[in-house]
Design a protein around this ligand. Structure first.
Ligand SMILES: C[S@@+](CC[C@H](N)C(=O)[O-])C[C@H]1O[C@@H](n2cnc3c(N)ncnc32)[C@H](O)[C@@H]1O
Length: 352
């Protein structure tokens, strides 16, 4: 999957990610107070307010944070203040599910409101997205672990950042440094003076990635299928998810001792551990198979389309993904554990 362009696919379409992303929503719920503070801190004049949702996917997990921002802005600036919500994702994202969710979802931020205008942009956020100085608030969750491009395939793991290849890990660290400073510089240009960017995504400690069990079993499931001759060795090697896991120090690095980079100041930087709603359900039901199926479906929702990019051209995508994720579920059911990934949370303020 190495190449110059984005080397990963969006989330599983047809609304599948919306239906299978409860763990990501559980992480987002931990951000409410931090986001509320950022929304209260951004300077507001008389202008329409622009809020950007970077990496919206199919939208469901963005509803609550967008509603928080709208409520704070309206409380501060008046109930008739015009607000734009700009959802951004890759061009191949399932934008139909996003637009339907904004209109129909019970929890949509549009409920009972007028003067709030949803818009969407299909473009990578590693490119300029909006006019300079035009964004009040930028929200971004569970995406910045994806690299803009894959430096190389991993021969020994399904997740690039969990490989043991020194060559791969150093290429990946360089790519992630470039991606991080590019993302910060672009967002800084787009923010208004005093605007805030919140970004939260999966990260690691020195000792562990937090994905050892869930993705270790996914890699073993893929190897099982290769041993049985269902997948070829070349396919398993191409199945590299271009994700790396940074430490908090990696994120702080561009800001140096002064805590400033590209007119952005670190306002908050923290590593949290997300809860596991599937584990909470398992505690209630003791149903191993249901627990394993939920985790396998959640994993398929974010990783399936990218794994499918590694398949030989003649292969049925659906059959191969069914085989991989039913094997994954079988393995997870043998030894259920809570999956509680680490989440880096950063809030950055544009200088005034
Ligand atoms: C796991 S989903 C997160 C969706 C949602 N923000 C949430 O927290 O549930 C990751 C999203 O990031 C998007 N994404 C990845 N790289 C991107 C890029 N370079 N530009 C825009 N979106 C990107 C993917 O297409 C996908 O929709």
């Amino acid at each position: 999957m190495a190449g110059d362009q984005s080397s990963h696919a969006p989330m599983e379409g047809g609304g599948f990610y919306n239906r299978n992303s409860a763990p990501q929503a559980a992480g987002i719920a931990l951000l409410a107070d931090i986001w509320l503070k950022a929304c209260n801190a951004v300077p507001l004049g008389n202008e329409p307010v622009r809020i950007v949702d970077l990496a919206s996917s199919q939208g469901r997990n963005s509803m609550a944070p967008m509603r928080i921002a709208i409520d704070v802005v309206r409380r501060r600036a008046g109930l008739d203040r015009t607000i734009e919500i700009v959802h951004v994702d890759l061009p191949s994202n399932d934008f139909s599910s996003l637009f339907n969710a904004v209109i129909d979802d019970q929890g949509s931020y549009l409920h009972d409101l007028s003067g709030v205008f949803p818009l969407a942009i299909g473009r990578s956020y590693f490119e300029p997205l909006l006019p300079p100085g035009s964004v009040h608030l930028a929200w971004n969750t569970w995406s910045m672990q994806w690299m803009s491009r894959s430096p190389m395939d991993a021969p020994d793991h399904v997740l690039a950042g969990m490989s043991r290849s020194e060559e791969l890990l150093s290429a990946l660290a360089a790519q992630q440094r470039d991606d991080w400073i590019r993302f910060l510089a672009l967002r800084s240009t787009e923010l208004r003076a005093g605007g805030r960017l919140l970004t939260a995504f999966t990260a690691r400690t020195d000792a562990e990635t937090g994905w050892e069990w869930l993705l270790g079993e996914l890699w073993q499931a893929i190897r099982d299928l290769a041993d049985q001759g269902v997948l070829s060795r070349a396919e398993t090697e191409r199945m590299t998810i271009p994700i790396g896991l940074r430490r908090l120090e990696d994120l702080a690095m561009p800001f140096g001792k002064q805590g400033e980079y590209s007119n952005l100041r670190i306002e908050h930087l923290e590593l949290k551990q997300a809860g596991d709603p599937h584990w909470a359900e398992f505690q209630r039901t003791s149903d191993h198979l249901d627990f394993a199926r939920r985790h396998a479906e959640t994993t398929r929702a974010w990783a399936g389309p990218t794994l499918a990019l590694g398949l030989d051209a003649h292969r049925s995508r659906k059959d191969a993904l069914d085989a991989i994720f039913s094997r994954h579920a079988e393995r997870l059911a043998r030894d259920p554990r809570p999956h509680q990934p680490y989440m880096a949370v950063g809030v950055f303020a544009k200088s005034e």
